[in-house]
Design a protein around this ligand. Structure first.
Ligand code: TMP
Length: 219
């Protein structure tokens, strides 16, 4: 089976990162060679950019500065990690990619999709994932979940619910414009309900065994 480049997208607090870890466990058990990575980050350069990007003491960064930072990280990530992994036969599970830029910098900050596409063409050759799972839920629910528990507050946490609702609409717009690539996961319910949807999406993409044969859960 051809290795796939699969991205997990959604609002902060949507549960995507937790479910990505579970997904990696399923691939491990099924013997599917894979790599797990994330953006911004995934390389030494990218992790440096991530720190600058999220630093809560950073002054206001406008949307164009944000775009230049995330695409610098992305170009390095693609050439140093993602493409070599795919060429070596590893499926790549990546937490966020260019859809996040369209949602956050495009819909959130108001940068035109034409400009994002131009920079994307320059930075990545308009590289698109093979499949994308979008974890969708209302922005105020995601905010509540994202801010519960112990975590460090980052620069993007200062944004309003209105900003996050625009970001959510940005993700849904991406689904409408490229429906074949996306699997829409309703992550507004319980963790178990979301887990089953994620498994079903990956089962179809990667021919994973059914959950019931794995742990008797019945999917
Ligand atoms: P994370 O917490 O899911 O790792 O994401 C870090 C933050 O970076 C999150 O608030 C979304 C934001 N982000 C953008 O604004 N644009 C991008 O292109 C990416 C990849 C992330």
């Amino acid at each position: 089976m051809e290795p796939l480049f699969i991205t997990f997208e959604g609002l902060d607090g949507s549960g995507k990162s937790t479910h990505l870890q579970a997904a990696a466990g399923w691939l491990e058990e099924a013997g599917v060679p894979h790599r797990v990575t994330h953006e911004p980050g995934g390389t030494v350069l990218g992790e440096g950019i991530r720190k600058l990007f999220l630093h809560s003491a950073a002054s206001e960064l406008d949307g164009t500065v944000e775009i230049l930072l995330v695409f610098a990280s992305r170009r390095q990530h693609l050439s140093e990690v993602i493409e070599p992994a795919l060429e070596s036969g590893y499926t790549v599970l990546c937490d966020r990619f260019t859809d996040s830029t369209h949602a956050y910098q495009g819909h959130g900050r108001g940068i035109s999709s034409e400009l994002i596409d131009e920079i994307d063409a320059l930075a990545t050759g308009s590289r698109s994932p093979d499949a994308t799972l979008l974890f969708d839920l209302p922005a105020d629910d995601a905010r509540r979940r994202g801010q519960s528990g112990e975590r460090t507050v980052d620069r993007l946490d200062r944004e309003s619910v209105d900003f996050y609702e625009r970001v959510r609409q940005g993700f849904l717009e991406r689904v409408r414009s490229d429906a074949e690539r996306f699997r829409l996961i309703n992550s507004g319910g319980s963790v178990e309900e979301t887990r089953l949807q994620v498994h079903e999406a990956l089962q179809n993409l990667l021919a994973l065994p059914r959950l019931e044969s794995r742990d008797g859960a019945g999917a």
